[in-house]
Ligand binder design. Structure first.
Ligand SMILES: C[S@@+](CC[C@H](N)C(=O)[O-])C[C@H]1O[C@@H](n2cnc3c(N)ncnc32)[C@H](O)[C@@H]1O
Length: 420
């Protein structure tokens, strides 16, 4: 991170020169900062820090989603503030005074931020100073004094904050790191590693006061991944709020995100994780749905020989009557007719649930785990034909994109597709 100190030096020189020019505007352009970081730090460093900075439109959505306005009586905390994109956007809700010093004194009471990288903390403060100057404040103090007015933006590990440190926080905004951290043993998390964003978010939701306004950018896996069921139940007890699906974070970070906003409440929370579509009948009522049982690289090639189906020998939207590839397998095999859906897809694909009908006569098939199997309870080919038409519809595309932005479709989301 030390290399980033060069950038801070450049920002200090911009402030001291006090020349309002394009460089000044670029310094607080929220769409530039994420790319700029890449010219100072390696990809590996950025990934390990989880340092992906929020762009302008997303920052606007996060701040505008706060259910109470930011005023001079507010205390707005970004516990993983990075170089301050969300705090800069918050400052735009606050008035300025004539002098820089007076403005920063007032902003300093409202804007709080923590980060574990000193250079990011300094950069965040320098950028807020530049923002105030660009809004018309008169430079009446040294850079060192100006930095001092923003005392509540500091070097701090968000995970070792004590509850009384947050007593005055009225608004919590965040875009926490999205890398994997070891699972805390709090009963909420699956074993192994889990998304850091969930850990940081849950930690702060437990710490902040009732009625605290919350708005956070979170990875979609927390909204739709089956590993995060307990996280969702725990959060839903403490927050009354809504989710807005955003899509891909930005050009550099190919991860889908959503914004969760609302209030902390006591034991009667309620979060609309996704749009409710009421359907009397869902796909699970008419089909048995499972992941293909073969894990090709792991399962030994012993047992009887079967036709072998995997993502690469399935032609989308076809009816497959013959499978040339064979494989020995000792596990569960599937008797046609059935439908397979490719598990991996992207929200930008024309079809989220690319599928094919398998109608190989009298032969059980070994199906690989990159495919989801839909076996009609009726045993009828006609039900496979009907479901294929449904999977190719705009309705199902929209439904799946709204329910799950992750690349991997899950059995649960396929089971939940409404049948009309
Ligand atoms: C995704 S960036 C977001 C920065 C900023 N909030 C924004 O929206 O542009 C996450 C930030 O979290 C910081 N971070 C990672 N672990 C942290 C921790 N334990 N405590 C505080 N900050 C942390 C990283 O250094 C990084 O700057």
């Amino acid at each position: 991170m030390n290399k980033f100190a060069e950038y801070n030096q450049y920002l200090k020189e911009l402030i001291e020169a006090m020349l309002i020019n394009q460089n000044m505007h670029d310094a607080v352009n929220l769409d530039i900062s994420d790319g700029l970081l890449r010219s100072y730090l390696s990809k590996e460093k950025i990934y390990s820090a989880g340092a992906f900075f929020t762009g302008q439109n997303l920052a606007t959505l996060v701040v505008n989603s706060l259910k109470q306005p930011i005023t001079f009586s507010s205390v707005v905390l970004d516990p993983t503030c990075g170089t301050g994109n969300l705090l800069i956007e918050c400052s735009r809700k606050l008035d300025i005074e004539k002098q820089l010093s007076e403005t920063l004194k007032k902003w300093g009471h409202v804007l709080w931020g923590f980060d574990i990288h000193e250079t990011f903390v300094e950069s965040c403060k320098l950028r807020l100073i530049i923002e105030a100057l660009l809004r018309g404040c008169k430079l009446d103090c040294s850079v060192a004094e100006a930095l001092d007015y923003l005392k509540n933006i500091k070097l701090k590990d968000a995970m070792i904050v004590q509850p009384d440190e947050l007593k005055s926080v009225t608004h919590l905004i965040m875009n926490p790191p999205f890398n994997l951290w070891p699972s805390p043993e709090t009963g909420i998390w699956k074993k192994g590693k889990v998304n850091a964003a969930g850990i940081v978010f849950e930690h702060f939701i437990s710490l902040v006061n009732l009625d605290c306004c919350i708005s956070a950018v979170l990875p979609d896996v927390l909204r739709s991944g089956s590993r995060y069921d307990n996280f969702r139940s725990s959060i839903a007890e403490k927050i009354s709020g809504i989710c807005e699906v955003w899509g891909r974070f930005n050009k550099q970070a190919d991860v889908d995100v959503f914004v969760l906003s609302g209030f902390k409440v006591e034991n009667k929370g309620n979060i609309k994780w996704h749009q409710k579509i009421s359907a009397a009948v869902t796909l699970a009522d008419e089909f048995d749905v499972c992941i293909g049982p073969v894990v090709h690289y792991r399962d030994p090639e012993i047992g009887c020989e079967y036709p072998f189906l995997h993502a690469k020998n399935v032609i989308n939207w076809s009816e497959i009557n013959n499978i040339d590839e064979k494989r020995r397998f000792r596990g569960r095999v599937i008797v046609p007719p059935f439908v397979v859906v490719k598990r991996t897809s992207s929200p930008s694909d024309l079809y989220r649930a690319a599928a094919a009908i398998i109608n190989v006569e009298d032969k059980a098939v070994a199906v690989e785990n990159h495919l989801i199997v839909l076996k009609p309870k009726s045993g009828k080919l006609q039900d496979c034909i009907n479901v294929i038409e449904l999977l190719a519809s705009d309705f199902v595309n929209k439904y799946l994109n709204e329910r799950i932005r992750l690349r991997h479709l899950t059995v649960n989301v396929i089971k939940s597709i409404p049948l009309f």
